[in-house]
Design a protein around this ligand. Structure first.
Ligand SMILES: Nc1ncnc2c1ncn2[C@@H]1O[C@H](COP(=O)(O)OP(=O)(O)O)[C@@H](O)[C@H]1O
Ligand SMILES: [Mg+2]
Length: 650
């Protein structure tokens, strides 16, 4: 039963209702805003003594003074003489509780007068209805943090059916930068999901977009500092304090094309970093992502469709373009196709070509060829594709796509294609896993409440509204929830709040919170969260441990990003993970006669094919082009060589 903590009070002016009650406590009672309590009624209803669980949402303190004047007079106007007063004033602590649950819940009545107790661990489970999904042997609970009150601590679980579908899904986290611990909370929760996702629900993977600096670049590296208090939390919540075991990184090349555009470029971490490159075909499928923003209309859309379906990747023949068929596989070839087409039309003074007006053709040409410039590094001119492992996603795998240093266009294209692929493959059950959590940080940038209706925003909305049936789950974080599209936040079943900005708290979205709860939110400590979840009638406060992975800031100190390489170095760096015997000298010698584009193309092909003998394959890629040259190859100049196993060669 525990010790009696307080007594319910109700007056005519301040009566109890079914959803709200008041109680007083001793001055030293270990309660505060957010504490969960149990009320024991004294009069049976239909044979049961009513029990009510509630959470404290407001506190009052006062004495029997009618006005402050009496106190001033009592102390003779001098604050330091308050002790002269003949009697000590009685001070009252009065709390307002919001009801979490009635037992029995029918008939629903006002909270009865009765004794108030601090909730025990079991009470907390009942109060938050966790008993319904924490049944022995068929639990779907995912630990989110530890609730503490006085000496009592109780793990709080989310229901996987409501966090990852199908009942409800998605998670949204809000709070000020640097203090709300948003990114950390998501990292922690992913670890918790991987440890507790119920077996009968199948497999789960995570796809994270790294949108800011080195934030998510070291998810496979252990944290440098976990305090004993963190380890205790890991232990109590049953999650191993370890980094993610299976992480793969993807990043496009820089505009120059030598190295990958990511802060995770330290050579000792190259084993699970892969290029993300797409060719003309992949990009054309999503051309509308970039073109929608401009003034592309139905006429242009029709031409793009035509090019996509009838021209690209096939022998295209047309009277206007002479007798030899055109084979368009890259942006360069597409540009040539347009050039010849427009020249032919000009010569014949033609305004139309296959129902397309010359102005439309010009416009589409500009827009399309622009994409490869705007998205250099992502879009390869030779059509080499290096992509996420579609179809082979692994259970408990984490796939990080680094878009932090990219132009907005390239980011949009990546979002659109990756999320659409996830969607389509989950629909057809050909992804490799049953559930995917997509983590998008800085959501207010990608799904803002105002501004134009971009493709990316529409897509995020679609995931938020329909993803749960497919197992596609959105975890999103932002500083200001009020600046995110309402239907995206509205559809996330679970909402977390870290330390909040008080201006943000003053916006209408937070009007349902009691003023004291808002105050608590504005002063939350790092590692503390307020949790809203469909099973919880009222928000609860929990604490979670520091993530067990290396933070971005510490990561770049421990693994400094590599300097921008020369071409030779870039090739060594790219191919070494395939074959450790590749040295700088070998590369220098091999590429001596080739031009830069050719070398980069050979590298891309080698990385795409991942052949058994990378050296021979790479060399063959360069050789292939030699017969096309008219001059016979000169004998190679003598170059200083070093033995294959020379450890100082690079
Ligand atoms: N559970 C925790 N307890 C205490 N400090 C934490 C906890 N989790 C993260 N931190 C610290 O809080 C800081 C901000 O965390 P971060 O997740 O980057 O915040 P945000 O994404 O909201 O900007 C980091 O320095 C991190 O080490
Ligand atoms: Mg962050």
């Amino acid at each position: 039963m525990g010790e009696i903590l307080g007594r319910v009070v109700a007056t005519e002016r301040r009566p109890n209702t079914p959803h709200e009650f008041h109680f007083w406590t001793a001055l030293d009672a270990p309660v505060g805003i957010g504490t969960i309590v149990r009320v024991e009624g004294t009069n049976p209803v239909s044979g049961h003594l009513p029990r009510v669980y509630g959470v404290i949402v407001e506190g009052f303190s006062y004495s029997d003074l009618e006005t402050p004047l009496h106190d001033v007079l009592g102390a003779d106007g001098s604050p330091d003489r308050a002790s002269d007063a003949p009697t000590r004033r009685t001070e009252i602590r009065l709390y307002k509780g919001a009801v979490l649950r009635h037992v029995p819940d029918d008939p629903l009545q006002p909270v009865p007068l009765g004794s108030v107790f601090l909730a025990s661990e079991q009470d907390v489970a009942v109060a938050l209805r966790m008993d319904a999904y924490m049944k022995e042997g068929q639990s779907t609970g995912i630990p989110i943090g530890l609730y503490r009150a006085g000496a009592m601590a109780s793990p709080i679980f989310l229901d996987a059916d409501f966090l990852l579908g199908p009942e409800a899904a998605h998670l949204n986290i809000t709070g000020v930068s640097g203090l709300a611990t948003k990114t950390s909370a998501v990292e922690w929760l992913l670890g918790s999901i991987f440890a507790h996702f119920p077996e009968k629900k199948g497999t789960v993977a995570a796809l994270c977009f790294n949108v800011k600096g080195p934030d998510l670049c070291f998810l496979d590296q252990p944290a440098t500092r976990l305090e004993p208090s963190d380890l205790e939390l890991y232990d109590k919540l049953g999650v191993p304090p370890a980094p993610f075991a299976n992480v793969e990184y993807f990043a496009p090349y820089t505009a120059r094309g030598y190295s990958l555009n990511t802060l995770r470029s330290n050579e000792s971490l190259s084993h699970n970093l892969r290029p993300l490159t797409w060719g003309l075909r992949e990009v054309l499928q999503y051309a509308e992502v970039l073109l929608n923003k401009d003034d592309v209309d139905a006429k242009a859309d029709a031409l793009i469709d035509f090019i996509r379906e009838r021209v690209v990747d096939q022998d295209f023949q047309d009277a206007a373009l002479g007798t030899t068929p055109h084979r368009v596989q890259s942006f360069t070839e597409l540009e040539r196709f347009f050039r010849e087409l427009l020249r032919a039309m000009e010569e014949k003074n033609q305004e139309q070509w296959r129902t397309h007006h010359v102005a439309t053709i010009r416009k589409v040409r500009n827009r399309l060829t622009n994409i490869s410039t705007r998205c250099r590094g992502l879009v390869t001119d030779d059509g080499t594709v290096s992509d996420l492992p579609w179809g082979a996603f692994q259970d408990r795998g984490v796939y990080v796509v680094d878009v932090a240093n990219l132009e907005e266009d390239a980011q949009d294209l990546i979002f659109a294609r990756v999320v659409t692929q996830l969607r389509e493959r989950l629909e057809k059950r050909t992804l490799g896993v049953d559930h995917v959590v997509v983590f998008v940080d800085e959501l207010n940038k990608y799904a803002p409440s105002d501004g134009p209706d971009t493709y990316v925003r529409k897509m995020l909305l679609d995931v938020a509204e329909r993803g749960r049936y497919l197992g596609l789950v959105l975890f999103a974080a932002q500083q200001f929830r009020s600046q995110v599209h309402r239907r995206v936040v509205g559809n996330s079943g679970t909402a977390l709040f870290g330390r909040m900005d008080s201006d943000e708290l003053a916006t209408p979205g937070y009007a349902t919170l009691a003023p004291a709860t808002r105050t608590k939110l504005a002063t939350l400590d790092k590692g503390e969260l307020m949790v809203r979840h469909p099973h919880f009638t009222q928000p609860v406060f929990v604490r979670f441990p520091r993530p067990a992975v290396l933070s971005g800031r510490e990561g770049v100190e421990k693994f400094p990003p590599a300097e921008e390489p020369t071409l030779d170095e870039a090739i060594v760096r790219a191919l070494r993970p395939l074959d450790r015997t590749i040295t700088l000298d070998w590369v220098k010698e091999t590429i001596a006669l080739a031009d830069e584009d050719e070398v980069l193309r050979a590298r891309n092909r080698t990385l795409q094919v991942r052949p058994d003998d990378p050296k021979a394959f790479f060399r063959a890629q360069l050789k292939r082009r030699i017969p096309a040259e008219t001059v016979a190859p000169r004998p190679r100049p003598a170059i200083r060589t070093s033995p294959n196993d020379d450890p100082y060669a690079f």
